[in-house]
Design a protein around this ligand. Sequence first.
Ligand SMILES: Cc1cc2nc3c(=O)[nH]c(=O)nc-3n(C[C@H](O)[C@H](O)[C@H](O)COP(=O)(O)OP(=O)(O)OC[C@H]3O[C@@H](n4cnc5c(N)ncnc54)[C@H](O)[C@@H]3O)c2cc1C
Length: 459
Amino acid sequence: MAEQHPSEPASEPPSVLWFRRDLRLGDHAALMTAASHGPVTALFVLDDTLLASSGGPRTAYLFRTLRALDADLRSHGGALTVRHGTPQDVVPALVQEIGAAAVHVSADFGPYGARRDERVAAALGEVPLVPTGSPYAVAPGRVLKADGTPYKVFTPFYRAWSEHGWRRPADSDPARVTWLVVDGDAIPDDPATDAELPEAGEAAALETWKAFQENGLRHYAKIRNRPDLDQTSRMSPHLKWGTIHPRTMLVDLEGGNDAYRRQICWRDFYGQVLHHWPSSAHDYFKPDMKRMRYDGGKHADEAFETWAKGETGFPIVDAGMRQLLAEGWMHNRVRMIVASFLVKDLHLEWTRGARHFMDHLIDGDLANNQHGWQWTAGTGTDAAPYFRVFNPVSQGEKFDPTGDYVRRWVPQLRAIPGAAVHQPWTQDEPPADYPPPMVDHKVERLEALDRLKAISRET
Ligand SMILES: Cc1cc2nc3c(=O)[nH]c(=O)nc-3n(C[C@H](O)[C@H](O)[C@H](O)COP(=O)(O)OP(=O)(O)OC[C@H]3O[C@@H](n4cnc5c(N)ncnc54)[C@H](O)[C@@H]3O)c2cc1C
C-alpha cells in the first residue's frame, strides 16, 4: 500500500532510494538525485547474508540506527520501508509494486556490495540502478598513480588525495522531498548484547562531531595515542553506517587539523585497497607471510579464548579486550597492541583476530578492520614490518602512562597506582584474582623472529 506526502499528486513516476551504508538524510547525494526526479520511497533491505556476518552489538546498533532514520523520515512526512529478504528479489518487487522509474543508491565498493549490486541491476532489467556518491570522501578508483595504477603506500596516497580534493556537501534537504510511503516489515528487536552502545542515528553523529570539535580536535595530534585520556572522536560507528558523510567533517577541518584529516584519509586509503584487491579481505596481502608457521590445535584455541576474554595477564591487552566486550569499540592504539599480541606473542593467524573483532565491533568495517589487522601483523600493504614486535608492557607504560585506562577496564588492578599497573607481578602482593602473564614476551618475540627467518630463508 503506497501513501504519498504531501497530498499533491505527482506527475513524475516515483523512484526508490535504497539505503545501505548511508543511513542519514543530510549531505546525501543519492537522495538529492532521487528527489530531483519525483517522489521517493525510502527502502532498507534486511539482507540475511550481511546480518549473518555481523555480531550482536553491530546488529543492535544497526537496528537502532534504522529506527532513528525512520523517525527522521517520519518527521518529514516519509517513513523507512524495511523489507526482509534477498536484495535481488526485494528491490525489483518494490519497484514493480510502486511503478518506480529508477533505484538510487550510494555506490558500494566492498566485494560483497559490488557483487550484490550487479545482481540487483541485472534483476531490475530496464529500470536503472543509479549510483550517486559513495561512503568515501573520494570514491575508490579516483586517486591513482601517474601510471594509472592504484597506490599501495599511504603517504603518497595522502598527498595525491589532498591534491585531488572532494566535493562540497550535498544539499539534500529532506523537507523538500515528496515522500512516497509504502508498507514494510517491522525493524526487528535488538539482538541480546551485553555491550553498552552509544547513541545511534544522524542527530547523534552530528552532536558527537560537534562535541569533538569543541573539546578534542585541538589536542587530537597530541593525545590520539592515549587511551587513558579517551579523547578521540568516536566517529567510527557513524562513519561505518553513514549517519554522517566524511565530506561533512572535512569541511569543518578546512584550514588545519592535518592529523585528523590523515585519519579520514586512512579510511579512504583502505577503502581503495579493498576495491582494487578485494581478496585482501581474507588473503595475506603479502602472500609469503602465509607460509609462516602459525599455531593451531587445542592449545592455540585455548590461547585464543584467553585473549578474547581479556585474561592474558598483560594489563593493556586485557583492558582492550574487555573494552571491546563492554562497548563494542576499542581505542586505535590498543587495537594495534592486542592484534600484535595475538599474532606475535601467541603466533595465531591475523584472520582469527579479525573475525573476533568483526563479531564485536559496532564500527566493524571490512576495509578498515582487515587492513588494520594486516598492517599490525606485518602482512598488509604499507604494513608495519613483522620484525617490529610490540612489547605489551612498554606500550602500556608509554601510551597509558597514568594507568587509568587499565584501571578503568580491569577492576582487579584498581588498587595499583600509576604506571605500576602495567606490571602487577612486581607488586609485593600481586592481586590474587588477576592471572599471571600467559607467556614470556621475551621468549615469544624471539620465537616470532625465528619463524620470520624461516620463511625468509626459503625465499
Ligand atoms: C586491528 C585494527 C582493527 C581495526 N578495525 C576497524 C574497524 O573495524 N572499523 C573502523 O572504522 N576502524 C578500524 N580500525 C581503525 C581505528 O582503530 C578506528 O577507526 C578508530 O579507533 C575509531 O575510533 P575514533 O572514531 O575515535 O577514531 P579517530 O582517531 O577519532 O579517527 C577518526 C576517524 O578516522 C578513521 N580512522 C582512524 N584511524 C584509522 C585507521 N587506522 N584506519 C582506517 N581508518 C581510520 C575512522 O573512520 C575514525 O572514525 C582498526 C584498527 C586496527 C589496528
